[in-house]
Design a protein around this ligand. Structure first.
Ligand SMILES: NC(=O)c1ccc[n+]([C@@H]2O[C@H](COP(=O)([O-])OP(=O)(O)OC[C@H]3O[C@@H](n4cnc5c(N)ncnc54)[C@H](OP(=O)(O)O)[C@@H]3O)[C@@H](O)[C@H]2O)c1
Length: 290
C-alpha cells in the first residue's frame, strides 16, 4: 500500500537513493534536505525533474534536523500536503572521527545534535500525527559502530549507540499505539559520508594516536577499496523492504553489511533481544509475586 514518507538527509548517499527507490515503488515521498534554495538547490531541482519525467510523487522539502522550527515546519508541510505521515526515515547524519580526548565539547555537542537530538526532534514532531492515525513507522539509520565500539570512531559510535537505546525505548513505548519502530545498522559504504566527515580539532592531542589511527582506518575501511565495494543501494532497498512489511511484524534491527562486518552486530542484536525480554518477563513475574 502506498505510504506517505519523510526521509531526512536526502541530498546525497543513502537518503537520495532511498527517496528515488521509494517514489518508484509508488509511495508519496518527501525528500527532506536543508538549504533547498542554497547549496542543495541543484539536487532538489534534479529530484523535481525526475518526478516530472517518471510521474513520481516525490517532493523536496526543507528540513534542517538541528533546528526545531525547521523540523516542525517540515512535518507540518508533509501533513498539510498529504493529509498524513506514515513513515519517517531518520537518515540525516554526519560522522566525526578522531581520538575521544581530541574533541572539544562543542564538537561533541554538534555531533549529538545532528545525529541524536535530530531524531528526537523529528519523531516528536511526527508522533502526534501517527498516534492520531493509530499507525506509523519510525525508522532510524544507525551503524554497526552503534553496536560494536571501535577506536577513533567513538564519538560517532556513541551517537549511534544512543540511537539503539532510543529505538528500543520508542519500540516499547509506541507498540500500544500501533506505531512500529526499527533501526538499520549499515556497515561501511561509499557515500559522501567520508567527504563530509569532521575530524577532532585538537591536532596536538591527535598526534600521539596518528599511527594507530592509520592502522585502524585501513582495516575498517578496507572493503571500500575493493574492486566490488558494498553498494549503498542495499541500504535503500533495506529501508524499502522494512516499509513494505505489515505493521507489527517489522524487525527491530536490520544489519546491512559484508559478512565480516555483520557477524558481531547480528550476534549482539540476538543477545539484546533475548535478554531484554527476559528482563521484562522477570520484572512482570516479580510484580505478580508481591
Ligand atoms: N556510508 C556509511 O558507511 C554509513 C555507515 C553507517 C551509517 N551511515 C549513516 O547513514 C546516514 C546517511 O549517511 P550517508 O552515508 O548517506 O552520507 P552522506 O551522503 O554524507 O549523507 C548524509 C546526509 O545527511 C544530511 N545532513 C547532515 N546534516 C544535516 C542537517 N543538519 N539537516 C539536514 N540534513 C543534514 C546531509 O545533507 P547536506 O548535503 O546538506 O550536508 C546528507 O544529505 C547517516 O546517518 C550516517 O551516519 C553511513
Amino acid at each position: 500500500m502506498a505510504q506517505t514518507i519523510l526521509v531526512t538527509g536526502s541530498s546525497s548517499g543513502f537518503g537520495r537513493l532511498t527517496v528515488e527507490t521509494l517514489a518508484r515503488q509508488g509511495h508519496t515521498v518527501f525528500a527532506g534536505m536543508r538549504a533547498i534554495a542554497g547549496k542543495n538547490a541543484v539536487v532538489a531541482a534534479e529530484l523535481r525533474t525526475l518526478a516530472e519525467r517518471e510521474q513520481l510523487a516525490l517532493h523536496p522539502v526543507e528540513i534542517d534536523v538541528t533546528d526545531d522550527a525547521s523540523v516542525e515546519q517540515a512535518v507540518a508541510a508533509v501533513v498539510e500536503a498529504a493529509g498524513r505521515i506514515d513513515v519517517v526515515v531518520n537518515n540525516a547524519g554526519v560522522s566525526y572521527s578522531g581520538p575521544l580526548e581530541a574533541f572539544t565539547t562543542e564538537q561533541a555537542q554538534q555531533q549529538f545534535d545532528t545525529n541524536v537530538f535530530s531524531v528526537l526532534r523529528v519523531n516528536r514532531a511526527a508522533l502526534p500525527h501517527m498516534r492520531q492515525q493509530g499507525s506509523g513507522l519510525l525508522l532510524q539509520i544507525g551503524s554497526i559502530v552503534g553496536r560494536v565500539a571501535q577506536p577513533f570512531m567513538g564519538l560517532y559510535g556513541a551517537t549511534k549507540f544512543a540511537l539503539e537505546g532510543l529505538t528500543e525505548t520508542y519500540h516499547q513505548e509506541l507498540a500500544p499505539f500501533g506505531i512500529d519502530v526499527a533501526i538499520i545498522e549499515p556497515g561501511t559504504f561509499p557515500t559522501s559520508v567520508a567527504t563530509n566527515r569532521q575530524v577532532a580539532v585538537d591536532t596536538e592531542r591527535t598526534a600521539p594516536y596518528q599511527s594507530a589511527i592509520n592502522t585502524f582506518m585501513r582495516a575498517f575501511f578496507a572493503e571500500l577499496g575493493s574492486t566490488t565495494p558494498p553498494d549503498p543501494q542495499d541500504v535503500a532497498d533495506a529501508v524499502a523492504n522494512i516499509i513494505a512489511q505489515p505493521n507489527g511484524q517489522r524487525p527491530l534491527h536490520t544489519v546491512v553489511a559484508t559478512p565480516i562486518q555483520r557477524q558481531a552486530p547480528l550476534a549482539i542484536n540476538a543477545v539484546v533481544a533475548r535478554e531484554t525480554s527476559a528482563f521484562q518477563e522477570a520484572l512482570k513475574q516479580n510484580t505478580k509475586k508481591r
